[in-house]
Design a protein around this ligand. Structure first.
Ligand code: ZN
Length: 558
């Protein structure tokens, strides 16, 4: 997972007092009282140590390390007293495809004041989501579609009145009210909505029938530099296998440097800066640049099978209603070696801890006795390749998403000791915030919003795969305001992790870790999920949230 930045900023968010009703369909029952759980620190320690040992080779999907990890998790689920979650199997197969582009052509632009040619890598990057050995986009009209957003619930459609079938669309990153100070606005003000994520923009371009989609890179609204775009878009790209081999996708998706985009606009007699400003306005009209694009590449295509591990504790009174816990078991495998030659990215914190937490929670749930609703424990694969295991489950749910009440995602526990706060990624999005606040109450801890909502972290871990299809999910982690040493110590510890361990060979198990903070956080994860499993309520996304319409439709059987 990504690491949250260390600065904390107070952000007021919607929260519910105990007397407000939560599901919008009836009287709000009080949130259930949850007895203190029996959580095993030994389970946390031993499974974290085991999964992050060199024998597991960093747990990359499709490797011997995966075999070992998924076997261990299933055995631990069984020993905890769960039932297999997929019929009589502990596994859900996740078919992946790896596509590596080669023989990439320059991006050629013609029909304007001068012909232009841009180099793959330094000027533009592109990848194909279609499983085709050769991809050619030729003589394709170029249309600037602003932010590339079609949001009927907000009365916003950048594709209104324009047919982009077979054309190349050029799109701005983030959403129209990026750059405002507050969290008020058509698209969440400063906070990014899903309409701001590049994944959304490619999905919409495909729905509109475009042949190719190019996002104009801009460091601030993208939240990372061109170096990150270039390194993550070149080399093998993993996707979920689909029955149609990606036939419903565009031929090409990619990014283009802002300077290059400015030249394209100039060739069309347009001014990029001016059009970027115009695109922020409601009623913006897409612009046919009266230019043609040509680009081609070849693909190496490789199929890989991976696995999610799933266990279930059947509910006592309403077994066909489900609460879900998710954590990714995978990590980066063998990686760029440290100076001492160590080339195994062990992923101890990220995310052997979260995987161990699934087992420790399962044990505690079984000891406490089955709750009213069923509880699913899902260890997903290929998070590090783009949330693919969780997306696969959400697209192919073993238990209906309309019957899945909500859930909790766990990705990387902080090991710096107990904190006075927890950081909520996506605070204010759903009514699950009230559950978290209730769970924290007895501990005297506070929930704080993530400091940089404009970076869109809510869209970057496994809870998002469920949220996107409407299931309310909450994602939080221990904060940095430490009981011992306060924010200064917490921020130093976080910086040390980011600089020296995160996504590197030194994210290793440390026998000297203080587990007190982890166990405090684990108790909160337990309590939030257990409350959900004991209430009759169906918490929803808050009014105006981007996922609410999807959830309402799903719950209504649509
Ligand atoms: Zn992670």
């Amino acid at each position: 997972m990504r690491k949250l930045p260390v600065l904390i900023m107070a952000v007021t968010a919607l929260s519910l007092s105990a007397c407000q009703k939560i599901d919008g369909t009836g009287e709000q029952s009080a949130l259930p009282e949850i007895a203190a759980p029996e959580l095993s620190v030994e389970t946390m320690k031993s499974i974290t140590e085991e999964l992050s040992s060199d024998a597991y080779e960093g747990r990359a999907p499709g490797t011997a390390g995966e075999e070992k990890a998924t076997k261990l998790i299933s055995e631990k689920f069984a020993a905890a007293g769960l039932a297999p979650g997929n019929g009589d199997s502990w596994f859900q197969d996740v078919p992946l495809v790896g596509i590596t582009a080669k023989n990439t052509s320059p991006l050629k632009i013609s029909g304007g004041k001068s012909d232009l040619s841009f180099n793959y890598g330094s000027d533009y990057v592109a990848a194909s989501y279609q499983e085709q050995p050769k991809i050619t986009v030729a003589d394709s009209d170029i249309v600037f579609v602003g932010y590339g957003i079609n949001a009927p619930e907000r009365g916003w459609n950048d594709y209104a009145g324009v047919d982009v079938k077979g054309k190349t669309v050029v799109i701005l990153v983030n959403d129209p009210d990026f750059g405002t100070e507050s969290l008020e606005g058509e698209f969440g003000g400063r906070a990014m909505t899903y309409y701001g994520r590049w994944t959304y923009k490619y999905e919409e371009a495909a729905r509109q029938g475009a042949a190719a989609a190019l996002i104009i890179h801009d460091t601030d609204p993208a939240a990372y530099g061109w170096n990150v775009v270039e390194s993550s878009w070149t080399g093998e790209q993993f996707y979920a296998q689909s029955a149609n081999g990606g036939a419903d996708q565009t031929k090409l998706n990619g990014w283009i440097q802002k300077d290059a985009a400015a030249k394209i606009f100039a060739a069309a007699g347009q001014d990029l800066t001016k059009q970027m400003a115009a695109a922020k306005n409601k009623g913006f009209k897409a612009i046919d640049l009266k230019l043609k694009a040509a680009v081609s590449l070849e693909n190496d295509i490789k199929k890989t099978d991976s696995k999610n591990v799933v266990g279930i504790l059947k509910g006592k009174t309403r077994p066909d209603e489900y609460v879900i816990y998710t954590a990714h078991w995978d990590h980066l495998g063998r990686c760029k070696p440290a100076p001492d030659g160590d080339d195994i990215c062990n992923g101890a914190v990220d995310n052997a801890t979260g995987t161990a937490a699934l087992v420790a929670l399962a044990e505690a749930y079984v000891k406490a006795g089955a709750p009213d609703r069923s509880v699913i424990f899902l260890a997903v694969t290929a998070e590090e390749s783009g949330l693919l295991g969780s997306k696969y489950y959400a697209d192919n749910p073993i238990y209906p998403l309309s019957q899945t009440v909500g859930g909790v995602n766990m990705d990387a526990f902080g090991m710096a000791g107990p904190a006075k706060n927890v950081i909520v990624v996506g605070k204010g999005k759903s009514q699950l915030d009230a559950y978290l606040e209730a769970a924290l109450k007895g501990d005297g801890r506070v929930a704080e919003a993530e400091p940089t909502p404009e970076k869109g972290f809510y869209y970057r871990s496994d809870h998002f795969s469920f949220a996107k299809l409407g299931v309310p999910m909450i994602y939080f982690e221990g904060g940095e305001d430490l009981v011992n040493g306060g924010r200064e110590a917490g921020e130093a510890a976080a910086k040390d992790y980011t600089d020296n361990r995160y996504h590197g060979p030194k994210d290793e198990y440390d026998p000297n870790w203080d587990w007190t903070g982890v166990m405090g956080d684990l108790k909160v994860y337990y309590t939030v999920g257990r409350m959900l499993a004991m209430t009759e309520d169906w918490p929803n996304w808050n009014e105006g949230d981007e996922f609410r319409a999807t959830r309402d439709k799903s719950r209504a059987g649509g």
